[in-house]
Ligand binder design. Structure first.
Ligand code: E9O
Length: 603
C-alpha cells in the first residue's frame, strides 16, 4: 500500500487537528445522520486516553466517537479522492455525511476508501466510531467480559493480556489524497544485489488501475541523477557501482513511476527505497554479505500526553539517542509502528525487526480448526480459533505496508506466545508460510520466545530463521541473584548453539525494572546500580557465544501499562525514563556499543 504523497499529479490534505469527541455511554443510540452530540475536543493524531484528565475517559472500555467537518477545494472534485487512516485503534466504522463508507478491524495498519460518491458540495461531515475492545478475535488479544451495574446497564470490561496500556483512538494521521481516475495503485520493489561486482538489478512490479497506455519507471540517485529507466509494469533495471543501504549509512534511491495516457503523464508516484541484501547463513545474520550484530532495543510507541499517538519529534529524538549510544536497531514491539517511523528508519539507517500485534497469545493451541462451528463449543474455544484469522490479516497488512522498506530486515510473527503448548507448531506453521509467501524480499522470520519455553519444550524453533529469546534470569527468575543468573544464561545459550549451530541466536528482551534515582549501597534490585550490574553480567555471557548475533534490551524507555502489583505507573525497565532522561546504565551501554562494530563482531 502506498504512503500518501504529494506529486505532480497528487494532492494530500491532512485532517490532523482538533476533532469533536465523545465516549459512547450506550444509553441513547447515536444518530449518524445528524451532527454528533459531542462537546469534547480531542487532538488527532494521538490516543484519547491522556488528553482530558478524566478517569472515565482514560479507562473507558467500549465505543468512542470522533467527528470533524471539512471542505474540499472545488478544483479537486474531478479527481479520485481517497480518505486514508494511518490506523484506527482497534476497530473503526467510518461515516461520511451520515453514510457508512468503510469498516476496518486491526489497530496498527492503514486502510483507505474512495469518497467521491459520498461527498457533498460545501461542508462534509466525517464521523468515526471506534472500539477499543479486545478479545480472541483481535490482535492483540484480551480477556473481554460483560457484567451489569445496579441499574441493569451493561458494563464492558477488558483485561488486556499484555504489558502495555491499551491506548486507543485516531493515533495516526487521517488524510485525504487525490489521484487521477487511472492511477498507480501499488509498487513492489525487490532489488537484487551482486556483491562481487557492486551491481544490482532493481526488480519490481507496478500495479495500475484504469486505462494505461504506458508506465515509465526512472531510478534517481541521491544527487537526483537518473541512473536507470525502463517502461512496462514489470521492471528489471540494472545499476552499476551501486550505493548500498547500510546500517548507519543509509543510501536511498527513488523510483519515479509515471503513468501515461494519450502521450501525457497523468499520474506520478515516487517511491524511496534502499538496495541491500539480507541473508541468514551458518549461524550469522548477514547484511550485504557481512555478519551483522544487532545492538538496540525493544521499544514502544509511548509518550506523555500523546499516548501511542504519532509524535515525530519523539521519533527523531529516540533515534538520535540510539545513535549516540552506538545502537543500530530496534524491534517494533509489539505492533507495527507508524509509517512515518518506518520512513525515518530508512533515512537514518536504523535496522528494524517488524512485529505484528501477536502479543499475549497464551492460548492452548490444542484444537483442530477444520470444519467446526460456533455451536460445537460450550466455552470460548471458538473465539480462540478466530485469533488465527486476525493473525493472518495482521501479517498480510504489515507486509503489504512495509515490504519496500530497506530498514526492515526481519518479520516477527509473534511475541512470547505459548510455543510450548500442544498444537503451537500447527498454529504457527501456516502463519510463517504466509509471511514467506507474501514477502517479495524473502526476509527471515522469527518469533520471540518467553522464558518459560525451553530448548526442550519449544515446538516452533524449526520455523524460525533466527532464535529470538526473551530472558530475565536475575529478574523474573532468581531476582537479585546475578551469579546464578550468569550461570543459567551461559548454560542456556550454549545449549541452543549446540543444538542449532546454523541458526543465529539473539536476545530480543532482557532487563530489570529500575526506579530512576533509586540508589543502593547493596546493588539491590530496582536500583540503578542493579540495572547496570545486570547488563554487565548479560554482556559478559553474550561475548562468549559465537552464534549470538544481537542484543535488544527491554526497554528503550519506561512505558505505561495496565495496573498491576508489579507496576507503579507502568513498566520501569527503560534505560531512559519515559521523559527520555538517561538512567545510570546508559553510560555503560554507550561505552560498550560504541566499541562494538556493526559488522564482524563475532568471528
Ligand atoms: C513482554 C513485554 O511486553 N515480555 C515481558 C515484559 C515484562 O517486562 C513485557 O513488558 O514483563 C517479560 C515476560 C517475562 C515472563 C517471565 C515469567 C517467569 C516466571 C518465572
Amino acid at each position: 500500500m502506498l504512503y500518501p504523497m504529494e506529486t505532480a499529479s497528487r494532492v494530500v490534505l491532512d485532517l490532523s487537528g482538533v476533532w469533536r469527541f465523545m465516549i459512547d455511554k450506550e444509553q441513547i443510540p447515536v444518530d449518524v445522520t445528524r451532527p454528533l452530540p459531542a462537546t469534547l475536543s480531542m487532538a488527532v493524531p494521538a490516543s484519547f486516553n491522556d488528553q482530558t484528565a478524566s478517569k472515565e475517559i482514560r479507562e473507558h472500555v467500549g465505543y468512542v466517537w470522533y467527528e470533524r467537518c471539512f471542505e474540499l477545494p472545488q478544483l479537486l472534485r474531478q479527481e479520485r479522492l481517497v480518505l486514508r487512516f494511518g490506523s484506527a485503534t482497534h476497530e473503526a466504522w467510518v461515516y461520511l455525511n451520515g453514510h457508512l463508507i468503510t469498516h476496518h478491524k486491526g489497530g496498527f495498519t492503514p486502510f483507505e476508501v474512495e469518497i467521491n460518491d459520498d461527498l457533498v458540495t460545501g461542508e462534509n461531515r466525517l464521523t468515526v466510531k471506534l472500539s477499543n475492545m479486545l478479545d480472541y478475535t483481535t490482535l492483540p488479544v484480551g480477556h473481554y467480559k460483560e457484567t451489569q451495574n445496579e441499574t441493569g446497564q451493561r458494563v464492558r470490561q477488558l483485561d488486556e493480556n499484555f504489558d502495555f496500556f491499551n491506548y486507543a483512538g485516531l493515533q495516526r494521521p487521517v488524510k485525504i489524497y487525490s489521484t487521477p481516475h487511472s492511477y498507480i495503485r501499488d509498487i513492489t520493489l525487490t532489488p537484487k544485489v551482486n556483491l562481487t561486482n557492486h551491481s544490482a538489478v532493481v526488480n519490481g512490479e507496478i500495479e495500475t488501475v484504469g486505462d494505461v497506455e504506458q508506465v515509465v519507471v526512472t531510478i534517481l540517485d541521491e544527487d537526483n541523477q537518473v541512473v536507470g529507466t525502463t517502461s512496462g509494469k514489470t521492471l528489471a533495471i540494472e545499476l552499476n557501482s551501486v550505493h548500498l543501504w547500510q546500517p548507519g549509512k543509509a543510501y536511498l534511491y527513488r523510483a519515479k513511476v509515471e503513468l501515461y495516457q494519450a502521450g501525457q503523464v497523468i499520474d506520478t508516484y515516487i517511491e524511496t527505497f534502499g538496495i541491500r541484501q539480507i541473508a541468514v547463513k551458518a549461524g550469522k545474520f548477514l547484511i550485504n554479505g557481512q555478519p551483522f550484530y544487532f545492538k538496540g532495543f525493544g521499544k514502544h510507541e509511548d509518550a506523555y500526553i500523546h499516548g501511542r499517538g504519532l509524535s515525530e519529534p519523539q521519533n527523531v529524538l529516540d533515534l538520535s539517542l540510539m545513535k549516540q549510544m552506538g545502537a543500530n536497531s530496534f524491534r517494533t514491539s509489539h505492533y507495527p509502528y507508524s509509517e512515518e517511523m518506518m520512513r525515518l528508519c530508512d533515512r537514518e539507517g536504523i535496522v528494524v525487526i517488524d512485529e505484528v500485534p501477536a502479543v499475549g497469545l497464551m492460548l492452548s493451541f490444542t484444537f483442530d480448526v477444520s470444519a467446526l462451528e460456533k455451536d460445537d463449543f460450550e466455552d470460548d474455544t471458538w473465539e480462540k480459533l478466530r485469533t488465527a484469522e486476525a493473525h493472518r490479516q495482521a501479517i498480510t497488512e504489515m507486509i503489504d505496508r512495509d515490504k519496500n522498506h530497506a530498514s526492515v530486515v526481519m518479520w516477527s510473527i509473534s511475541n512470547e506466545a505459548a510455543n510450548f503448548s500442544k498444537g503451537a507448531y500447527e498454529y504457527f506453521k501456516p502463519l510463517f508460510d504466509l509471511a514467506r509467501k507474501l514477502d517479495p524480499q524473502q526476509r527471515p522470520c522469527t518469533s520471540t520466545s518467553i522464558m518459560m519455553t525451553t530448548l526442550k519444550t519449544d515446538r516452533c524453533l524449526a520455523l524460525a530463521d533466527v532464535i529470538a529469546l526473551n530472558r530475565y534470569y536475575g529478574w523474573y527468575m532468581g531476582n537479585g541473584d546475578l551469579k546464578a543468573a550468569e550461570t543459567a544464561t551461559r548454560e542456556e545459550l550454549l545449549a541452543y548453539q549446540a543444538k542449532f549451530p546454523d541458526k543465529p541466536i539473539m536476545y530480543t528482551e532482557y532487563g530489570a525494572d529500575t526506579i530512576a534515582g533509586l540508589h543502593s549501597n547493596y546493588d539491590e534490585p530496582f536500583s540503578e546500580e542493579f540495572q547496570e550490574d545486570y547488563y554487565r553480567m548479560c554482556s559478559r555471557v553474550f561475548d562468549e557465544v559465537t552464534n549470538f548475533v544481537g542484543e535488544q534490551l527491554w526497554n528503550f524507555a519506561d512505558f505505561q501499562t495496565k495496573f498491576g502489583i508489579q507496576r507503579g505507573q507502568g513498566n520501569k525497565k527503560g534505560i531512559f525514563t519515559r521523559a527520555r532522561e538517561p538512567k545510570m546504565v546508559v553510560r555503560y551501554l554507550t561505552q560498550r556499543w560504541r566499541n562494538i562494530p556493526d559488522f564482524n563482531y563475532k568471528k
